[in-house]
Design a protein around this ligand. Structure first.
Ligand code: 3HC
Ligand code: NAI
Length: 703
């Protein structure tokens, strides 16, 4: 038998333990091993029942995603076959669940005749997040256990639930505080002694019979999910499968689920979503940092500056249970910061997102401070004061004097050179960038900026902090705007040029929205506030070559005092109390005047041109950043765009998306744009090379 399965007996019970670290995925060998063990139990008359459990910290993470669309994935027994044989097994089979049991693992458990879970076990069917439907009977058995409404919620939401909730729903039979395997063995012995045929989920008809009388629940659910599922295929496919569970006999429903699974797993969306899953995990692997690299435990933190970012960052620490001091220069600034934090938490309590107790616990972890005494005993400082190099250097000089040896000194700068900041201390190895995105307590992306002197220990600690704060950390190098904001530049610039050439802001925004972003560039700028970009452009004006094309429209909008949503006017106008952008004839006239002034003859611009003009240049720059080494791998850029700017996950991020189009085509279009519009759109060397060699970013990163 394979060593990915451990097999022992406990009295008259055969105990099968999945042992395929790290997540006990059901690879071909594991499936074969479980089946072989079951057959052994069947053949042994001394054994009356079976228990299936997992070794290590979890039961199992489900099917082996790496086997999707490979021969190994279908190798007999495939997961549906194993699961059918488990349910049909003549002796009782009990699942003993702990840690996590998701996807195919929960599907197998639902086909076991009984389910016992350790308290706190997380159970779920997250397949929808991979662009598929549960493909091993999950959509058919779950409605039979918990009813169609709960099944819709769990399968379409892809959300894991705790064992306690699962027990209430009827998904499992028992939750135990004691050893779960002991409890499962005891239950197996008991049901075997009672005799009678095992309880088979596929034969439970009560719930689906009742649901058959309420066909409206499916239409209602489809309406409810429409906003969240925009552009996605698999949530709708899940609903269809659950509908089939209710309306068709089990075998037919199962066949329908299988067909749907096969269609989904081969779809472009699923491939993109699988890429996203692995890209997120890959981003945690960084040259020079290994499992052996020591990290500093973060028991206390301090944040310097209580403005927009400082308050949000402070909340991130408090939310993670880490005591944190927030430091301002004057009492009024400090009071304002604490009021902002309290108001944000109170808003969460009001909307039911957190309890009053949780808010009180967070507030009690935050200490407002004037002066720097509070940093003496902290493990980490995050500086978030004004974007001013001399101020930052002065602060890092002070931190160098006061902070304990080995403390991490982080800056949240968005544009300044971290190497220069590090040089203002005697310990540049402890300096790192922690670039949060606004609002810091909400946005998941965290760029972790590695300076030229940042030590592996500092970097490893920064990555650990990212995880503790439940952020999606991505390590990047030092460059103006780092990777995220740096790549935003051509995207914004080209959308402004398109508007000057004949498009309208609302047309550009519609094309980008229809592609799958939550909103287009102009609406995004209005939301963020136009003054931020204005200040950055003013600072860069002196170094901008005169020959470089520049659109003055955004500056003019700011000069009119229109700073976006916060002033109810920007690229659009907004009615009182509304966030809906309304096109403004005054802006349209101003844009047309600007085109005329620059001698640009306005023309009809197609949606396709808008899409490629907005997105190909950022892919091109992404390739440039890979060449420079500022981004480690294309998939890191994908993660940054998905989590920082809402690039549709079902397109897999800009670099994956470009690979699907083919870099030859992307390069051909970039070359054309370069010839039409000049040097800002010159194809980068890496894009050119990969296109010429017929390669993709995917195989470049695999080198
Ligand atoms: N298949 C293959 N590899 C998997 C995997 C899976 N189902 N789940 C996790 N892994 C890998 C990860 O890629 C990672 O690999 P790496 O170390 O090389 O980067 C490693 O296992 C550890 O994963 P995490 O870092 O995510 O570990 P955590 O402990 O944080 O989380 C988990 C564990 C909750 C199980 C999480 O990994 C997870 O959510 N996994 C995916 C679960 C899932 O979507 N399952 C459904 C699969 S589809 C299915 O079952 C099809 C069926 O319906 C037919
Ligand atoms: P802000 O202007 O809202 O806040 C800065 C705060 O720092 C003010 O409250 C000010 O009183 C305080 N401060 C100034 N000098 C100080 C000192 N010596 N000691 C303690 N506090 C001091 O600025 P914001 O937007 O929060 O930006 C802070 C930093 O974060 C900047 O470096 C910025 O580039 C960066 N950043 C900003 C983002 C944004 O969207 N606003 C996003 C990511 C990074």
């Amino acid at each position: 038998m394979t060593d990915l399965i451990q097999y022992t007996t406990r009295g008259a019970v055969g105990l099968i333990t999945l042992a395929n670290p790290p997540v006990n995925a059901f690879s071909a060998a594991v499936r074969a091993g479980v089946l072989e063990a079951l057959e052994g139990i069947m053949a042994d008359d001394a054994l009356t029942a079976a228990v299936i459990t997992g070794s290590g910290k979890l039961f199992s993470g489900g099917a082996d995603i790496r086997e999707f669309n490979t021969p190994a994935g279908m190798q007999s027994p495939n997961l549906p076959e194993l699961i059918e044989k488990t349910e049909a097994f003549p002796k009782p089979v009990v699942a003993a669940l702990h840690g996590t049991a998701v996807g195919g693992a929960l599907e197998l458990s639902m086909a076991c005749h009984h389910r016992v879970a350790a308290a706190g076990t997380r159970l779920g069917l997250p397949e929808v997040t991979l662009g598929i439907v549960p493909g091993a009977g999950g959509t058919q058995r779950m409605p039979r256990l918990v009813g169609a409404e709960a099944a819709l919620d769990l399968i379409v939401g892809g959300r894991p639930i705790k064992a306690e909730e699962a027990l209430e729903l009827g998904l499992i039979d028992e939750v135990v505080e004691s050893d779960v395997v002991d409890a499962a063995v005891a239950l197996a012995e008991k049901v075997a002694a009672e005799g009678g045929p095992p309880r088979r989920t596929s034969e439970l008809e009560d719930r689906v019979t009742a649901d058959r009388e309420r066909p409206e629940i499916f239409e209602e659910f489809r309406k409810k999910m429409a906003r969240k599922a925009r552009g996605l295929e698999s949530p709708y496919a899940c609903v269809e499968c659950i509908e089939a569970a209710v309306n068709k006999p089990f075998a037919e429903g199962l066949a329908f689920e299988r067909e749907t699974f096969v269609r989904c797993v081969e779809s472009a969306q699923s491939k993109a979503l699988q890429h996203a899953f692995f890209a997120e995990r890959e981003s945690g692997k960084v040259p020079g940092v290994t499992k052996e690299t020591s990290t500093r435990p973060i028991e206390r933190a301090a944040v310097i500056g209580g403005g927009t970012m400082g308050t949000g960052i402070t909340m991130c620490f408090a939310n993670a249970g880490i005591p944190v001091s927030i430091i301002e220069v004057a009492q009024d600034g400090l009071d304002r910061a604490m009021k902002t934090i309290e108001g944000t938490y109170a808003g969460g309590v009001k909307r039911g997102r957190m309890s009053q107790d949780a808010m009180d616990a967070c507030m009690s972890l935050i200490t407002p401070s004037l002066g720097y005494d509070a940093v003496a005993d902290v493990d980490l400082v995050v500086e978030a004061v004004f974007e001013d190099m001399s101020l930052k250097k002065e602060i890092f000089g002070k931190l160098d004097e006061i902070c304990a040896e080995g403390a991490i000194l982080a800056t949240n700068t968005s544009t300044l050179d971290i190497n220069e900041i590090a040089r203002s201390t005697s310990r540049p190895e402890s300096v790192v960038g922690l670039h949060f995105f606004s609002p810091a307590n909400v946005m998941r992306l965290l760029e972790i900026v590695r300076g030229e002197a940042t030590s592996p220990e500092t970097l490893a600690t920064a990555m650990q902090i990212g995880k503790t704060l439940r952020k999606q950390g991505v390590v990047v190098g030092v460059r103006n705007g780092f990777v995220a904001n740096g790549m935003m530049l051509p995207y914004i610039r080209e959308s402004e040029f398109l508007v000057e050439e004949g498009a309208t802001p609302e047309q550009v925004d519609r094309v980008i929205f229809e592609f799958g972003f939550p909103m287009g560039p102009f609406q995004t700028m209005d939301m963020a506030g136009l003054d931020v970009g204005w200040r950055i452009r003013q600072a860069a004006a002196a170094t901008r070559p005169e020959s470089e094309r520049y659109s003055p429209v955004a500056d003019r909008i700011c000069e009119m005092g229109r700073m976006g949503l916060k002033t109810k006017a920007g690229w659009y106008v907004y009615e009182e109390g509304s966030r809906t952008p309304v096109p403004d004839p005054e802006i349209a006239a101003m844009i047309e005047a600007s085109s005329a002034e620059q001698g640009i003859e306005r023309r009809e611009i197609s949606d396709q041109e808008i899409l490629v003009r907005c997105l190909y240049p950022l892919v091109n720059l992404g390739a440039g950043m890979l060449e420079e080494g500022v981004a480690l791998r294309p998939s890191d850029i994908d993660v940054i765009w998905m989590h920082g700017f809402g690039f549709p996950r079902y397109h897999g991020g800009p670099m994956f998306w470009a690979d699907q189009i083919g870099l030859g085509e992307v390069h051909r279009v970039m070359q054309e744009l370069y010839e039409q519009h000049g040097e800002l759109l010159q194809p980068t060397a890496l894009l050119t090379q990969l296109a010429q060699e017929g390669r993709s970013f995917g195989d470049w990163s695999a080198e």
